[in-house]
Write a protein that binds this ligand. Sequence first.
Ligand code: PMP
Length: 390
Amino acid sequence: MKQFEQSDLLKRLPKQFFASLVQKVGKVVAEGHDVINLGQGNPDQPTPAHIVSSLQQAAEQPIHHKYSPFRGHGFLKDAVVSFYKREYGVELDPEKEIAILFGGKAGLVEIPQCIMNPGDVALVPDPGYPDYWSGIELAHGKMEYMPLLEENNFLPDYSRLSQEVVNQAKLLLLNYPNNPTGAIATKEFFEETVSFAKKNDLCVVHDFAYGAVGFNGKKPISFLESKGAKEVGIEIYTLSKTYNMAGWRVGFAVGNESVIEAINLLQDHMYVSLFGAIQEAAATALLESQECVHELVSLYEKRKNTFILSLREIGWEVKAPEGSFFAWLKVPHGYTSESFSDLLLERAHVVVAPGIGFGTHGEGYVRVGLLTSEERLIEAASRIKALDLF
Ligand code: PMP
């Protein structure tokens, strides 16, 4: 069969680092081993029943069998308004300040194409979520990395960026609670971000995917809570993690009017909108009881406490995450993040994600997802103990 060559654009896209990990894991599973996979970020709990039943009922309504309106249903945007007001005290204009998205990933990949021209620079966190790189490449943009260092609580230090680079930059990507480091942002940091963005004419995109998951009674703050934030940027929220709806593909962008308009315009050309019944279920999730969210956060917190304690008991000095459902662990002396991950896979049948897959400054760490039961997390720690590394 004739093979059609891929476009230059596709050839230029960054290689999916974690694809090779998936292959390695597949091999060990195929050998019949009981693998504990802590390498991925897929929520393990089901979507709460009241949200599923909202979809079931909505699916029967003929109105949702037609095209849904471009730019999404008004009832979902109204639900987003109530959600942001209730959770963060932020006021939003449903028509001008909200864009409905097919999941956070879609928005993150779209945004560089909405505001960057070829050769423009985006400032991205290192380590950071690899999907940011894809969107920037699709926009023919350039990336400059902002190191996230442990000594700075994994917040970027703007004063260490060269002014020349900052002058070329249009976009600034942030993500707190942070994947992969588990760090959370402070009010002061977001305020500093607003003034840095104002001064340098940057558009801030805050990826708030783990917005619901803060530990030790600390509720993660929204970037839009900072004064002037809407003037300089947007926030991207997803229902994937807060309501265990990763498979549903629903999220939204909120904030700066001009950026929201740009996202909506791009989407007018690419899609119609999400299945109306999914929009109804999403509105149900945002508006009804948040008890399911509180239960989910305590589940992750218990897993986190148990796992961190088990690792400390085997002599691994680890720091506990403050939010997200990831733990970011320093690899022992003499290993790279990849050689250590390989060792854990081969000898303990435990999968962790090597930090280097998230960027140069991810070297020296591995990321563990707290997405399995406490028993399995304890089992993972005891298998690691048997390797006698600590
Ligand atoms: N941002 C971060 C940091 C993530 O980890 C993820 C999911 N892994 C997303 C965004 C996207 O989530 P979704 O597309 O399911 O909304």
